[in-house]
Ligand binder design. Structure first.
Ligand SMILES: N[C@@H](CCC(=O)N[C@@H](CS)C(=O)NCC(=O)O)C(=O)O
Length: 267
């Protein structure tokens, strides 16, 4: 097997790439990226693959290198087995762009919440090093969080504006889906996958799918939005229960990450 996916297991962008690959039974070896400390390696990989920008998720299979979750899902749709996810649907590009608007707000909120909570920083540091080194690594975890905020131009001070942006997109999703299970037709598609993974930034999914430590879990939770959109949270839980299956082959690297969240992968 030659395919590799580099990602951050807690991140909605990585999760959607993994989900699309798993949905299509595309075997790959998953590697957890380490924010900041892993940046030189990520840049090297991206440069090697002829890409101008280094970010995760990054999928590499022989001479194919794809550094964007939407393009990875399109690739999975093109080469994988099983039902098509409709990533080529004429409305999917716009739909994905709207979800991206909300995810940018979620990233800023989570990063600000982690920076404001010493326990969340401690947990992030502990995930990457032995307990004894944790106090020394806490500043590194804070640096990693600030690094991500800079890399993606996240406005950490715009708490209310970020929340308002997420709310607007969630209202659109609610209206568009109505009481149906699926956004398009009557089968699972990338529309469902993109919407379900956005909800991670409001109310994290069960640890069966993405494991977060307690303070980091709090940072990813927006209690007000979670209550306001309880219907979407419940819909997300059902979609996960029915459609989120594991990897074609469970090949997961052990490393955890340091930065605005931690996760080790239970799948
Ligand atoms: N457009 C990209 C966005 C990727 C992105 O925002 N990555 C986030 C979450 S995985 C990140 O923090 N990456 C860490 C990094 O690039 O260092 C995609 O859809 O894949």
């Amino acid at each position: 097997m030659s395919a590799h996916l580099y990602g951050l297991a807690y991140s909605p962008w990585t999760e959607r790439a993994r989900w699309a690959l798993d949905h299509h039974r595309i075997p790959h070896r998953y590697h957890e990226h380490v924010i900041l400390l892993g940046e030189p390696l990520l840049r090297w990989r991206a440069r090697n693959a002829g890409m101008a920008k280094a970010s995760v998720p990054l999928f590499v299979d022989g001479h194919t290198a794809i550094g964007d979750s939407l393009l990875i899902a399109r690739h999975a749709d093109a080469v994988g087995e099983g039902s098509h996810l409709s990533t080529d649907h004429p409305e999917f590009g716009d739909f994905s762009a709207r979800i991206e608007d909300a995810l940018q707000g979620a990233r800023a909120s989570v990063t600000a919440a982690i920076l404001a909570d010493p326990e969340a920083l401690r947990e992030s540091a502990r995930a990457a090093a032995p307990e004894a080194l944790t106090p020394m690594l806490r500043p590194v975890a804070a640096m990693a969080a600030r690094f991500i905020a800079r890399k993606y131009s996240a406005d950490l001070a715009a708490g209310e504006r970020n929340r308002a942006g997420i709310r607007e997109v969630l209202r659109e999703l609610r209206e568009r889906k109505g009481s149906r299970r699926h956004f398009v037709g009557d089968s699972f598609s990338a529309f469902d996958l993109w919407a379900a993974t956005l909800i991670q930034g409001v109310s994290p999914v069960s640890h069966r799918y993405i494991r977060l430590s307690p303070a980091v879990q709090r940072a990813w939770t927006q209690p007000g939005l979670a209550a306001e959109f309880a219907d979407l949270v419940q819909w997300r839980d059902e979609i996960y229960a029915v459609y989120r299956r594991g990897s074609a082959r469970p090949t997961v690297s052990k490393a955890s990450s340091i930065g605005p969240g931690i996760a080790t992968d239970p799948r």
